[in-house]
Design a protein around this ligand. Structure first.
Ligand SMILES: [Zn+2]
Length: 499
């Protein structure tokens, strides 16, 4: 009996120590963000009279938090504006519990709650000068669009099933495509359709390092949609002509909403600058500030306060976005280039020396990543020769058996009639057990024997024969780590152009 009591107290003590260590690490990250905010940003974003502004928001509220000031300015300048809201925020359980005032929230409650969130967006946007007919709801599932991007891709396969609305298609009559099945392919088509019809010159979307799955997934979908439009245009037009650049390649600016202790400090501080979090200062984003006038700041604050369903839980956090400037990142800051090398996949990494990193990722950027160095991705480097794409992923501590390492590749090929991306997911655990999952329009299967992988210390190297990528014209790549099925770290999805 006594031994059990001692054990219980010991566990309690350990839990307390772990919580205290976690909290103090979060506080340290918070201090680092405050420190980073002292360095002024030298680049400014300006809207011009010829601009057409498209804002893509994962949930009802992101458009106001990330781009409320831009939208107010654009409407004052009488610029054509369009706002796309990808999900109706129908998976925010705690807010729904408060809204319906019962602990067991039913699917129909989530759907009613979503309608309320849509109303909040329309009111917030009206105050920013964007009328309802400029707002499009796509109706995709809250907390499900990352799975649509990674797994539930094809319309011929199984759609994503929302555990909240208990539906695998949009139950909302006002979605762009009513009844649309929850498949990645459909979201891509919807985004493409709007981008083709609206012809934005400047497009605002979430930053690829945003920690919320719907946010980074929205970035990936928007990037893919633009790449498909660009590829189609470059087949038909002279890519050096100004009209090509205008019509095919809007400037894409990214905004950040969820990233650990960002923004610091919290609360309404209209005179305080909005600055990038310290861990994204050296990760290939060019940060720009968009200075707001006093009137724009006030309008943004009023827009944020329209979100009455969110304020009881998130008031202080949401008001942290009302600052003297808004913040946007160009990602990647430079076009990635793949070095040409003949490399051997042999666990000896000397032949990688001198090859520049393609995809840097923040280190120890969360409490769990501080504790799990074997799952903390630090960078990915790419190289190629005629036949193979070579990839090296590095983690902070030596590679561990318990961690699942994954590489996601989405390719773009012109040979495909519909330009449907071809997805290749490579997952492997330490003893060279490679699992290859391919999603392609033809559902081609491949043997994992065509892939070679080795790991040693903090590095994993891998070669992928190009024929597996279906003569890709370009691809998007991301690294991810999982522990017991739970995502631990994920790099941005980077688009790599053809070379
Ligand atoms: Zn969001």
């Amino acid at each position: 009996m006594k031994a059990r009591k001692i054990l219980r107290n010991l566990i309690l003590l350990l839990l307390l120590v772990a919580t205290a260590a976690g909290l103090s690490y979060r506080y340290l990250l918070y201090r680092k963000n405050l420190q980073a905010a002292k360095t002024p940003l030298s680049h400014n974003l300006k809207l011009t009279s010829g601009d057409r502004v498209l804002v893509v928001a994962p949930h009802c509220d992101d458009e106001s938090l990330g781009c409320g000031g831009v939208l107010a300015r654009a409407s004052d300048m009488h610029l054509p504006v369009k706002v796309i809201i990808v999900t109706n925020g129908d998976g925010f359980r705690y807010a729904a519990v408060l809204d319906v005032r019962k602990l067991k929230v039913k699917p129909a409650d989530y759907i009613r709650f979503a309608a309320k969130r849509q109303e909040e967006s329309l009111e917030a946007l009206a105050g920013l000068g964007v009328p309802p007919d400029r707002v499009t709801f796509l109706g995709y599932p809250d907390r499900g669009t990352d799975e649509m991007w990674l797994s539930n891709w094809s319309t011929h396969g199984k759609p994503y099933f929302s555990p909240f609305t208990r539906s695998d298609h949009s139950p909302y009559a006002n979605s762009l495509t009513p009844g649309v099945a929850y498949c990645g392919e459909n979201e891509l088509k919807d985004l493409e359709r709007i981008a083709r019809e609206f012809h934005p010159t400047v497009l605002f979307a979430p930053h690829p390092n945003d920690a919320h799955p719907d946010h980074w997934a929205t970035h990936a979908f928007v990037t893919a949609a633009l790449e498909r439009i660009r590829a189609e245009w470059s087949d038909r037009h002279d890519p050096d002509s100004p009209s090509f650049r205008r019509a095919s390649a809007p400037r894409m600016l990214t905004y950040l909403v969820h990233r650990g202790v960002y923004p610091a400090p919290k609360g309404l501080r209209e005179l305080y600058p909005m600055a990038p979090p310290y861990d994204l200062l050296d990760c290939d984003t060019l940060w720009l500030k968009f200075e707001l006038t006093e009137g724009e700041i006030k309008r943004k604050e009023r827009a944020v306060l329209q979100y009455k369903s969110q304020l009881p839980l998130l008031r202080k956090y949401m008001l942290s976005f009302v600052r003297k400037n808004e913040l946007f990142g160009i990602y990647p800051a430079r076009t990635p280039e793949i070095a040409r090398r003949n490399l051997r996949i042999d666990g000896d990494f000397e032949d990688w020396a001198g090859i520049p990193v393609t995809l840097p990722d923040p280190k120890a950027d969360t409490v769990s990543l501080k504790a799990l160095g074997a799952a903390d991705i630090t960078d990915i480097t790419l190289a190629r020769n005629k036949r193979f794409l070579f990839l090296r992923m590095q983690v902070r501590d030596p590679v561990a058996y318990s961690v699942d390492y994954r590489i996601h590749l989405h390719t773009f090929t012109r040979e495909d009639e519909d330009y449907i991306p071809f997805k290749l997911d490579i997952g492997f655990r330490r003893p060279q057990r490679i699992k290859l999952v391919v999603h392609s329009p033809t559902d081609t299967t491949f043997s994992t024997r065509v892939l070679r992988a080795r790991c040693k210390s903090q590095s994993i190297e891998l070669s992928i024969p190009f024929y597996l990528l279906g003569n890709a014209d370009g691809f998007m790549i991301s690294g991810m780590t999982k522990l017991e099925g739970i995502n631990v770290d994920k790099t941005a999805f980077l688009i790599v152009p053809p070379s």
